[in-house]
Write a protein that binds this ligand. Sequence first.
Ligand code: GTP
Length: 598
Amino acid sequence: MSIELTRNFSIIAHIDHGKTTLSDRLMGATNTVAQRDEKAQLLDSMDLERERGITIKSHPVTMSYKAKDGKTYKLNLLDTPGHVDFSYEVSRSLAACEGALLLVDASQGVEAQTVANLNLAMQQNLYVIPVINKVDLPSADVARCKRQLEDILQLSADEAVPASAKMGIGIIDILESVVRLVPAPVSLGEDYLRASVFDSIFDAYRGVVTYVRVFSGTIVRGQKIRMMSTGLDYEVKEVGVFRPKMFAMDKLEVGDVGYLIANVKTTADVKIGDTVTEMRRPAPEALPGFKEIHPLVFSGIYPISSDDFESLKMAVGKLQINDAAFTFMAESSAALGFGFRCGFLGLLHMEIIQERLRREFNMDVISTYPSVIYEVKKTNGEEMIVDNPSFLPSVQVIEEIREPMVKIFLMVPNEYIGDMMQLVMDKRGQVEHTETLDDNRVMLQSLIPLNEILVDFNDKLKSITRGYGSMDYEHAGYQPADLVKMEMLIAGDPVDAFACIVHRSKAEARGRALAAKLKEVIPQQLFVVSIQAAIGGKIIASERISALRKDVTAKCYGGDISRKRKLLEKQKEGKKRMKSIGKVNIPQEAFIQVLKSG
Ligand code: GTP
């Protein structure tokens, strides 16, 4: 098929605005049967994303559409993950397209994620077609959406297609718009092979499946290829497209989107954004936009029972084969034993991995408070990066600590703007810009430390705005800050699992809260236990747990035998789960409670 009849596009949308429903409709309208079984399976293993309202990324689909002009077009629909943790992957998928459908829920209007996604599409110079979805809803307000498209997004509302993915309204109009407005791919003009890698998955039977978009030349079965960033060479075993199942072809030509299978062992060897070229005749230059991705958030993951260390090692190893962005390294903690320091792209990515360890590998794990990466300049001029509070050098040798910042976009109803500004300031953010979106909503743009939004920011936003607020963010470099390491001492011994890096202005409050929490969860011992928060040896908060007086098992003697046995068993179980810190026994549950509450 000629390149003029190919259209590569993706759908970008805020969560729940109907991306999945629309994709299904487009596949239905083009007789590309949806692969229900596989989808159900994938969703089963990724419940978390479903619960969090985020669809896992699915593979691209090649559809064939006979348009009103009588010609049959090849339409490649690429999916994007739609969460900031994966914005590099989103950008690589978008770079493989010439156009995008910007989906807006007619009853909700433009949301924070819509703006952030549009920015990414604009950076790739995509032709953006707005689709106003859910027009069947009684609360749909198409006119308002059109005003927002023009005012907030500077898009032409004339081209906006009203639709209902659920009822099947406007589907053909959308396909016609794609054919008419999205530019056909342009060949880069010479015959070197250059294909960009925009995703990869690990298939238990077939190994790594690499998703590619061909920008020049052709990929054929049997060809020797080279990944330009790593210099590694492979032989192509199979090429093909998704219809939506994998469908083998003889070759992929310029403009095509599809997959290749070579003898690649793990997804870590396939770099997203890399350029595939021919081994014998390599292209002189790679395609632009490749970046090595590095984890931004770190946390220690430990087995609850130390016997499970080997199984945890196997589980994290397996997860990494499928997810090159996830990193791990063995580490040990005096309090938690042997575990792994793990790196993630962001908080959602972290939650996904932790949850998969629990659900898919049945691992009972405990994870330490997440940390961002700090840049530290020492007084001797040396620079270092710190992703674990335990490794922060002593305050005497630190000249400056810098922390990662993000630019955050918040969309909130007018009446909550005061409370939102307060929240931003409490989190050490500076409001940079506010903009009225429509009669009842405002967009706040603010520069805020990443560390401050890691744990509960989104929950707070939702509770302040009664669920109506939305947020998104992008990374915005590093800034110096007055940060200190706070340690928690139990009976005089520092507990590494509770050490954290905090802003000096917040250290005392956090120290007090942690001490109070620990007091709640550590059981009484036979002696008085002191709990202290300290910065560089100076105590900033303290609590004490009084000594245990009564023998709680006494009441059991003479009692019924089965109850007694149960109690003993329970005790045994409890003992196994105790960690002793110095002379104090702390139940695992206490760590979980404290680390969870942050
Ligand atoms: P995520 O991928 O999970 O972010 O969501 P999504 O954007 O893929 O949205 P999805 O297609 O899952 O739709 C979200 C909800 O909106 C579902 O309950 C759909 O049934 C509903 N929905 C989608 N399109 C329409 C529509 O045109 N009209 C109405 N009334 N509901 C719709």
